[in-house]
Design a protein around this ligand. Structure first.
Ligand code: HPA
Length: 245
């Protein structure tokens, strides 16, 4: 049974190192997940992989069925999820291609189905003080320390609605709020994992300096180049971390 789930984001729609065993299509009470779940072996462990934006990267952040994705992970028997997410770097040291293991979230998204506890018999408020699993984060950080490149061991992730990128003033505001990174998919994914009591942590990959943090204009070409370097680092981090899980 694959107890470890990996959710790949932009720049990580499949994993070449995954020795695929089978594909599983899961239908959920909340609709269809982003893609089939790919079961296989990765660095010696059984894992199940899901492409968050769909296999062909066609689902934008606000259209992702986060509930179906997380519900299906739980249904399959996954206990821990490592989420990989491309972000913009707000803090000065969050430079392109750097990895970070965020420890906090501020949610600016709206209109997304963000709970499993709708119309239930009882009202449920999950504790989200620490939005990422401290134990899983600690293991990722321990693995990261063995690597030849430097990984930011904390950071506050601002989840924005997208799909457009932010204005410079919006990023100024996120910075004043205390955010270090900005991305579009971190919420409600993390909260839904908590609602189902799944251990969940994120490896954030800085694709670009956030709007207004760099004098040069943002180009998709540059984002692509940074993500390529960053995702290679993600693979190295997973190779170090997975045997320790
Ligand atoms: N903002 C929001 N999401 C992102 C960014 C950004 O600058 N870069 C990659 N994902």
């Amino acid at each position: 049974m694959s107890e470890l789930g990996i959710i790949g984001g932009t720049g990580l729609t499949h994993m070449e190192q995954l020795e695929i065993v089978r594909r599983e299509v899961v239908h959920t009470p909340f609709g269809e997940p982003s893609a089939a779940f790919i079961h296989g072996r990765l660095y010696g462990k059984e894992v199940v992989f899901l492409a968050r934006h769909g296999p062909g990267h066609t689902i934008p952040p606000h259209k992702i069925n986060y509930r179906a994705n997380i519900w299906a992970m739980d249904y399959i028997g996954v206990k821990r999820i490592i989420a990989v997410a491309a972000v913009g770097g707000i803090r000065a040291d969050m430079v392109p291609a750097r990895l970070a293991i965020p420890d906090q979230i501020i949610d600016y998204t709206w209109g997304r189905a963000n709970t499993f506890f709708e119309d239930g018999e009882k009202v449920v408020h999950v504790d989200f003080t620490q939005p990422y699993c401290p134990d899983l984060r600690a293991r990722l950080i321990e693995a990261a320390r063995q690597l030849p490149f430097d990984v930011a061991e904390s950071g506050c992730y601002a989840a924005t609605q997208g799909p457009r990128l932010e204005t410079a003033a919006e990023v100024d505001r996120l910075e004043r709020d205390g955010a270090d990174l900005v991305g579009m998919t971190g919420m409600p994914e993390a909260a839904l994992a908590r609602e189902l009591d799944l251990s969940y942590a994120t490896i954030a990959v800085v694709a670009n300096r956030a709007a207004g943090r760099d004098s040069r204009p943002l180009t998709m070409e540059e984002i692509g180049k940074n993500l390529k370097v960053g995702m290679q680092r993600v693979r190295e981090l997973l190779e170090a971390a997975i045997p320790m899980l």
